[in-house]
Design a protein around this ligand. Structure first.
Ligand SMILES: C[S@@+](CC[C@H](N)C(=O)[O-])C[C@H]1O[C@@H](n2cnc3c(N)ncnc32)[C@H](O)[C@@H]1O
Length: 265
């Protein structure tokens, strides 16, 4: 088994994700409710073969197996995320229905048309060439299958300081709805659907609570506390994260999430 580490590398996005992997928790806006809607839009059901790109700690991949009895492959660029996903699948008793492997969303190691649906949640904002990634999703989807994603979506143009802060801390680059939708259009998909949703701190919290168990949160906080005590990189990240612009208090007036999907003709 891979060694657990709280030690992030130098790039801000890498720091953010190596911390999340060490805590064993990854998230997307809208939580379980958004996952269900995405699954519905992509016609996920029994016996379907589904690829979950950027699966993080495997929450959605395991959920899909349990809820829809589909076969799932989960990929992530991070080795430690994949290890966490495998642990989760074993813990939840679904390891025989889900495979996890390390892969970059921009170069998927699968043949054309292998999947009935390809989905990702809160991943494209962190990918260098997201059009290339969406083209890859489309390539590995069968004709008549669906590509869908959930991404943080600016509901109105955000203050530059807020954008700079989120880029610095998370390495994220979010778009407005038209930008996300355009990725699906450019990759040649049809029947495109784009829906944007507002959320807030309380609603997001309650969605996350329904997705994780109390033990998951306790473990994550314990690992974070240990990191704060032992690891200078965790302390530096925390100090950086605390130097936020005032507009962070109205974050949810600027950003929500969008569920985007399209069908391969
Ligand atoms: C915000 S987390 C979301 C994880 C998961 N989808 C969820 O909803 O919990 C983003 C994930 O995308 C992964 N990621 C970032 N860039 C990637 C890339 N180029 N290819 C594949 N995965 C990537 C990160 O390692 C991380 O696990």
């Amino acid at each position: 088994m891979e060694k657990e580490t709280n030690s992030p590398s130098s790039h801000s996005g890498d720091v953010y994700f190596s911390l999340q992997a060490s805590w064993g928790i990854t998230k997307h806006l809208g939580g379980l409710r958004a996952t269900r809607l995405l699954a519905q839009r992509c016609h996920i059901g029994e016996d379907k073969k589904v690829l979950v790109v950027g699966c993080g700690v495997g929450t959605t991949a395991c959920y899909l197996v349990k809820e829809y009895r589909c076969r799932v492959v989960g990929t992530d660029i991070s080795e430690s995320m994949i290890e966490r996903s495998r642990q989760r699948a074993r813990r939840e008793g679904v390891a025989d229905m889900v495979d996890f492997r390390v892969a970059d969303a921009q170069a998927l190691p699968f043949e054309d048309g292998m999947f009935d649906a390809v989905i990702c949640e809160s991943v494209l904002a962190f990918v260098g060439d997201r059009q290339k990634a969406v083209n890859e999703f489309t390539r590995v989807t069968r004709s008549g299958g669906y590509v869908g994603f959930n991404e943080v979506t600016w509901l109105k143009p955000p203050p530059l300081k807020l954008v700079a802060y989120l880029t610095r801390i998370m390495g994220a680059d979010f778009l407005m709805a038209d930008g996300w939708k355009g990725l699906l259009e450019q990759s040649g998909l049809g029947e495109i659907s784009a829906e944007s949703f507002r959320t807030n701190v309380l609603r997001q919290w309650s969605e996350e609570v329904s997705q994780f168990e109390t033990a998951d949160f306790m473990r994550a906080w314990g690992r974070y506390a240990a990191g704060l005590l032992k690891d200078p990189a965790v302390r530096k990240f925390t100090v950086d994260a605390l130097s936020f612009p005032k507009s962070i208090f109205s974050l949810f007036s600027y950003f929500g999430y969008g569920i985007y999907s399209g069908m391969k003709g």
